[in-house]
Design a protein around this ligand. Structure first.
Ligand code: AMP
Length: 413
């Protein structure tokens, strides 16, 4: 089971661990867990992983660790990406992850002016994130100097192949120092990419993150579109439903877990919370209260998700849409255990729609959108919540206690 601190157990510098924590990541994803140690050792790595698996941080973190200890002034890492969008995303991720370091990156792609890119390249920016065509333009003008290059990343190599960029990639790679670390990622590894890897890599470690298992077919999935500021009100409304006997609510960060738990307690629902900042005994007490029916609701972050094994969870509610589609599968897998039926509800704010679509792709089905007819979706943001948690004590809810009532909803097949 993943625990808080799992990032520093991968051997990452404290500054980088702080950066991932600031992003709200609590535990490494499988590709991060498997790829970071060999990359830190300096090995070449071929990683088979989808977008959404967390692969960007899997290669950026060890690159940052390597570069942060060295003097600046030369471009030492080059990341090639098939599209501008991906290059821009990688550059953004780099900026966030590099916060506690002096390492800087610049994105180099077409459709925007050459001059800032030229300046960055000529200034020897530490990390260049580039699409092949635009980079070749710059190389043709002698703007880029890769003599000090130590790490090359080919991201989404299979897409570069599909888009016809392989000859460009090969032209670029030929100009790079041979003594370097090469990392190659793709959702698939077609023979052309295998052949490329043999010609440009040395004894690579191979890492494949299997596509996630689909959630059990006995789960019903629903998405509730709702503005961000009305999520708690919607949660309270749903928790009042008769069938909401034992509800596991997932939120993205520890702070949000604390806030939502406080607000739900104020609405007098019996609630406990579990996340990486809580002590082992606090977690156990929370889980036990949830297991025995004293708490109708358990608010959790993903770090807790994989360890929770409670029978008879009637509903999993995703208060936030998980960034990583596989987290959705892990989360909703907490309900409908052992062939029982369960329901997975996801709150989706307008800005989270694209994350939900990524999840639909991974789970291989579309999730119906549901609106509550008597819920005021146009209500303005509520006043700031009061501080004291559960000051009035939880309201005992009929039907929320004990196992007996629960077994009615969990019809075993
Ligand atoms: P990627 O596969 O690199 O495109 O990452 C997909 C998304 O997952 C991005 O929005 C990342 O910010 C997010 N992400 C990456 N690593 C983690 C992690 N360990 N925990 C939570 N989210 C993550």
């Amino acid at each position: 089971m993943e625990e808080k601190g799992a990032f520093d157990r991968l051997g990452l510098d404290p500054a980088l661990v702080r950066a991932v924590e600031a992003l709200g990541y609590e535990a490494p994803t499988p590709i991060q867990r498997e790829a970071i140690p060999p990359i830190l050792q300096g090995r070449d790595v071929i990683g088979t992983a989808q977008t959404g698996s967390g692969k960007t941080a899997a290669f950026l973190l060890p690159i940052l660790q390597r570069l942060m200890k060295q003097p600046a002034g030369k471009t030492r890492a080059l990341i090639l990406s098939p599209t501008r969008e991906l290059a821009a995303q990688i550059e953004t991720a780099l900026r966030h992850l590099a916060k506690g370091t002096r390492v800087r990156g610049h994105a180099v792609y077409g459709g925007v002016g050459m001059v800032p890119q030229e300046r960055a390249l000529r200034g020897g920016v530490d990390v260049v994130v580039a699409t092949p065509g635009r980079l070749l333009d710059h190389m043709g003008r002698q703007n880029a100097d890769f003599r000090g290059l130590q790490v090359l990343v080919l991201d989404e190599a299979d897409r570069m192949l599909d888009m016809g960029f392989l000859p460009d990639v090969q032209r670029i790679v030929q100009t790079l120092p041979r003594n370097r670390q090469t990392l190659l990622f793709g959702a698939t590894m077609p023979p052309e990419i295998e052949a490329l890897s043999r010609s440009i890599m040395r004894n690579p470690a191979r890492i494949a993150v299997s596509p996630p298992h689909r959630p059990p077919p006995t789960i019903r999935h629903e998405a509730f579109p709702v503005p961000q500021h009305l999520k708690t009100a919607l949660l309270a409304r749903l928790l009042g439903r008769e069938d909401m006997l034992s509800v596991l609510v997932f939120v993205r960060t520890k702070r949000r877990a604390d806030r939502v738990a406080r607000q739900i307690a104020q609405e007098r629902f019996p609630v406990a919370r579990i996340h990486g900042d809580r002590s082992q005994s606090q977690r156990e007490t929370a889980l036990e209260g949830f297991r025995n029916g004293r708490h109708q609701v358990l608010i959790a972050t993903d770090v807790a998700a994989r360890g929770i094994d409670v029978e008879g969870i009637s509903h999993v509610i995703n208060y936030d849409v998980p960034y990583v589609p596989t987290d959705y599968v892990h989360r909703v897998g907490r309900t409908a255990r052992a062939e029982a039926e369960g329901e997975a509800i996801t709150f989706v704010s307008p800005e989270e729609e694209s994350d939900l679509r990524a999840i639909e792709k991974v789970v291989g089905r579309s999730i119906p959108r549901v609106t509550l007819p008597d819920f005021d979706y146009r209500a303005p943001p509520p006043p700031r919540p009061r501080r004291q948690e559960g000051s009035r004590g939880p309201r005992p809810r009929p039907g929320a206690r004990g196992r007996d009532r629960r077994s009615h909803t969990f019809r075993r097949r």
